[in-house]
Write a new protein. Sequence first.
Length: 772
Amino acid sequence: MGKGMKRKEDPRFLTGNGNYVDDMRLPGMLYMAIVHSPYPHANIKGIDKAAALAVPGVKAVITGEDLVAASLAWLPTFHGFDKQMVLAVGKVLFQHQEVAAVFAETREAARDAAELVDVDYEPLDPVISPFDSMKDEVILRDDREDKTNHIYHWDSGDRDGTQAALDDSEVVVTERIYAPRCHPAPLEPCGCVAQFDAMGRLHFWVTSQAPHVYRTAISLVTGIPEDKIRVISPDIGGGFGNKVPVYPGYVCAIVGALILKTPVKWIETRTENLTTTGFARDYHMDVTIGAKKDGTVTALKVKTVADHGAFDAAADPSKYPAGMFGVVTGSYQFPVAFAELDAYFTNKAPGGVAYRCSFRVTEASYAIERGMDILAQKLTMDPAELRRKNFVRKDQFPYDSALGFTYDSGDYEGTMDKALNQIGYAELRREQAEKRARGEYMGIGISTFTEVVGAGPSKHFDILGIKMFDSAEIRIHPTGTGIIRTGTKSQGQGHETTWAQIVAEELGLDPQNLLVEEGDTDTAPYGLGTYASRSTPVAGAALALAARRVREKARKVAAHLLEAAAEDIEWVDHKFQVMGAPSRSVTMKEVAFAAYTNPGEGNEPGLEASLYYDPPNMTFPHGAYIAVVDVDAETGEVKVRRFLAIDDCGTVINPMIVEGQVHGGLTEGFAIAFMQEIPYDEQGNNMAPNFMEYLIPTSVEAPVWETGSTVTPSPHHPIGAKGVGESPNVGSPAAFVNAVMDALAPLGVTHIDMPLTREKVWRAIRDAQAAA
Ligand code: PCD
């Protein structure tokens, strides 16, 4: 624990020996390709399969009508507010929507044939903006009983109290802040292999962040009894939220394997990944902050319009339709606040998914961290001082926020001070003043965010009704090695290493000899999977407590070996010893052997335990990020000169892994801030369907990351750990944008929506200069 142990999984990955879904090859396996709609909104007048079926090697073509006959035309989305068409029936609702599936002996034949499926479309006018959609002039989803494009309303806090406080405030700032539609584009796209064995049992290899939830969902959708389904998530090349939802292709592959009685593989193309899988953000947030002239905040109001596309793909807990957006009060003491959100359907690909974001925390953090800077600019106050004035103080935890969360622990001021010192803030401000005097645009951007991760306590959190606990199972072998299983599933995070470290610490064993296995529903205990930075807060806690259960059992065996009463045995320095007689001790390795060879009378043989953990609260990691940029006013180019991230995720299991998590998340945050968006034109065309348009930063574009940490343990987690995987993506976009706005402040620019492309920055500068 606390050591930068090298990742146990890496030899496999670094030598090209990972085992991914696309590595699966089964005898007789067919390949599936999907036919996509070129139109965002159209009636389907007919589908002619003949030309496709004539392609050599093609075995079958299925359409939505075929699925209707099998009652498989719709699949539930994970928070239960909506369902999604598997293959379009009657009409298509977004460009690239799945219309038919082709099965063939080779991938090439399947794709060639997919192009020959002749679909007769009658194009309809698309509704692309949620602000048009809300007028309900055209109802997009005629399958729904409520004839409206409005999906849901959510609100939290004190509406009247907030308005009254804003009316009384000496200063009020307000800004519409857009969090663009974006997408993680993991290295490995989504895919699956479906096989029914001789006993009719479904074996389903799939790129899933939540294999157990998939098993239950597949059973509920298809009617196949759950014991006849085995879901296996092998190695996964990045998930980032993209691999939480169940996609139409999965259902089609299972149907294909069932009707053709042979295994079916489907691996989506990069363009399919960028056009059809669940998308994140697309939040239009009206942020209003009230304050006194001295900068003390008095109230926060946020009104959001969310564009969820044609189907609401959100996997949010059912009690939280807008996810954890309520963390929008951030790290600050707002005496009163009100947040409300309305979500709408449009003719875009399904939205509402979380990308490196614990259910809308990224949007919320971006809104408040941008908002605080807009307030600082209005008050001509230093943004660090404004934050300091309003931080929840260290001695106020557990802190009840105005929107109903109980923050577990934190030291916001201490973390910010560490960041300010480490980056040399005062010196940077001096340099900026000199540059400004010379007409140069340098900016410093701060983001002091609070996250909420570790979903979650069963009283509030579920997916499809299943409570969001997690689980751990530990078996120690006679020789003092063992196997560890959890209900989570690493997609690159390094669980094979960190889970072994937790158990090794609790049991005094060698982490190199504790094998970690996740992702096979036949062997792993039921768990809700890995997303929302929940694995460490939930499964990590389950592991520590399961290990303590093993230790309790081992204590009895130790007592037998030491010829003492179990009550007189204590656990000191990773071994059992007789109280007051340190020379009389046994190691866990010795106890393990005895557990199978000589457990002692009345002691149950064997050494294992399993445990389900229902967390009492979420964990609230925080951080202080600072970006330093230079903006070229001639070209709009932004150069990120420095970026410092101080993260506080409580007790750290593996500092090297945490640093890697932070580097990865910052690089994604950088991409979101400066280059990435899934935009749609007015005709509803997806304008970033490939990597020519959807840009992925490499080490060439990415800044050199400086990192550091503070440690404020979570008081309710057995080892004090909080999540960290999402923090860098949650905290960094605001730091980048704040830095650019700080650079352009002398021009009177207050806000530009991400991504801050050269063109947008250049136009803002030009417009500001023209207005001056
Ligand atoms: N850790 C440590 N310590 C602490 C914390 C943590 O060490 N304190 C570590 C662990 O153990 C792991 C990691 O670190 O290994 C992480 O963790 P977390 O935070 O708990 O988390 P998870 O749950 O595991 O995971 C999840 C996340 C998310 S959420 C995302 S997006 C992303 C991240 O993770 N993704 C990914 N990261 C990553 N990485 C990689 N490589 N890949 C991927 O995919 Mo979502 O909701 O899904 O949107």
